[in-house]
Design a protein around this ligand. Structure first.
Ligand SMILES: Cc1cc2nc3c(=O)[nH]c(=O)nc-3n(C[C@H](O)[C@H](O)[C@H](O)COP(=O)(O)O)c2cc1C
Length: 200
């Protein structure tokens, strides 16, 4: 599908048909996430793919949104917090690959240096990066005739316990994906003027 059409027709889907989706389709979706940009190319996004009815049922207990159990798969979208320690390596790779060849950089202002982040800033920063990968899945799903819905409201602690997640793996979102069983109308959006605070 053409990108503008994907963006314009995407909706949050909260009703799914019972059809399953293939392993190849799951791979295509994860591939879209893999190609997402990330700050310093840290690539913090990780996914657990819940496909079995039992796994989906269990994950469904950690959110008020019971419809997610009906999706073909639930992507548990995670951020690997250890990636923040790999910044030097990743940036080194970028330099080696020529990403900054011919790019003029003025490093004389110390306030423009890489910021020191506390734990909550790291979590927010890596969650933001993971969100970009999630939206790649969301858009690719539309391209493949599928629907999805971001789910931010869930009990992270209980989910972490259930999945026995390492303390360095932070649950960012749940993303149920499947064949849509509804065609919702476009939801309200502010007028475009509200988005542009100022042109300078
Ligand atoms: C970060 C984020 C968190 C969201 N969390 C939830 C959620 O917990 N439950 C839900 O039903 N929808 C959730 N949504 C979907 C929004 O409600 C939806 O995007 C918004 O109402 C606009 O509708 P549309 O996606 O159909 O355009 C979330 C969306 C985003 C981007």
């Amino acid at each position: 599908m053409e990108l503008s059409a994907v963006i314009a027709t995407r909706r949050s889907i909260r009703k799914f048909k019972p059809e399953e989706i293939s392993e190849d389709t799951v791979k295509e979706l994860i591939e879209a996430a893999r190609l997402a940009p990330s700050g310093s190319n840290l690539q913090p996004a990780r996914f657990i793919v819940a496909k079995s009815p039992q796994a989906k049922e269990s994950i469904g207990k950690f959110t008020p949104y019971k419809f997610i159990v009906k999706a073909a798969v639930i992507f548990v979208c995670l951020a690997d917090l250890t990636t923040i320690t790999t910044r030097e390596t990743r940036v080194g790779e970028l330099f080696k690959e020529g990403a900054f060849d011919g790019v003029e950089m003025d490093m004389s202002d110390p306030s423009a240096a890489t910021p020191v982040m506390d734990d909550s800033m790291v979590k927010a920063y890596l969650s933001m990066n993971t969100a970009i990968a999630i939206e790649h899945i969301v858009l690719k799903a539309v391209d493949l005739g599928l629907g999805s819905c971001w789910i931010g409201r869930f009990n992270r602690e209980k989910l972490k316990d259930f999945l026995k997640l390492d303390g360095n793996i932070y649950p960012v979102m749940l993303l149920p994906v499947g064949l849509p069983d509804q065609s919702p109308k476009a939801r309200p959006r502010f007028n475009i003027d509200k988005y542009i605070l100022r042109t300078i």
